[in-house]
Design a protein around this ligand. Structure first.
Ligand code: HEC
Length: 197
């Protein structure tokens, strides 16, 4: 009943915005949302989020990665807001090569095969329930020895409007992943209550 009411609210917000990128709004502040409420916002937002990431040239970012990730295995049951990545809500997808190992969420002895690709969508919801699209975060496990400094992870990032973001992947991505999660393969994993087992 409660979820149905929320869904109706989200649908109404989408229908009345009248733009190609319909505004999806939340019924309350982002930090007060339940998982189901965050999921209702995501249901409204996901197509336009995916379309935004695909706009324009991908340059050094793999365009197929950006196009296909949402057909892969989803690792979070609802958009989780763990407080990292700029206080955003996050939805994580893993390709077939890596899904089995990633979805074990192991904290040691992690063996992620080369060819694994992981995508994390993001959006934020402010104190008034206003939704803003965020970047797409990408990680790819490459052949052993190809990038020893990052434990053979390639990191890339695409903004909400599709532009590849030039970041220093060591300081902006890899250092945090390696220093905090090095013992678990460099993986932070979705917030525990959101994990799909
Ligand atoms: C301050 C620490 C920090 C930085 C900096 C950081 N991340 Fe993360 N990242 C995390 C944490 C924590 C998680 C898991 C929890 C979550 O946010 O869902 C994560 C998860 C991810 C995931 C999902 C795979 C996983 O680890 O479970 C991807 C993909 C990702 N980050 C990409 C990036 C990219 C690309 C950058 C640089 C642009 C970056 N991250 C910078 C902390 C960080």
């Amino acid at each position: 009943m409660r979820i149905a009411t929320i869904l109706a609210g989200v649908a109404l917000a989408a229908a009345t915005s009248g733009t190609a990128h319909a505004a999806c709004t939340a019924p309350k502040a982002g930090d007060e949302l339940t998982g189901a409420e965050a999921q209702a916002v995501y249901d409204c937002l996901k197509d336009s989020l995916h379309a935004g990431y695909q706009k324009g040239k991908k340059r050094w970012v793999d365009a197929a990665f950006v196009r296909d990730y949402n057909t892969w295995t989803r690792a979070s049951a609802f958009p989780a807001a763990p407080g990292f990545h700029g206080g955003r809500f996050l939805v994580t997808y893993v390709n077939d090569i890596g899904a089995e190992e990633y979805l074990k969420y192991k904290d040691e002895d992690v063996h992620i095969p080369a060819g694994t690709k992981i995508a994390k969508e993001s959006f934020s919801i402010n104190g008034k329930g206003k939704v803003t699209k965020g970047p797409l975060f990408l990680m790819e496990k490459v052949e052993k020895g190809k990038s020893p400094k990052t434990d053979d992870w390639y990191y890339t990032m695409v903004s909400a409007n599709g532009a590849p973001q030039a970041v220093n992947v060591y300081t902006a991505c890899s250092e945090c992943h390696q220093e905090n999660y090095g013992q678990q393969g460099g993986l932070g994993y979705p917030a525990e209550d959101a994990r799909i087992q």
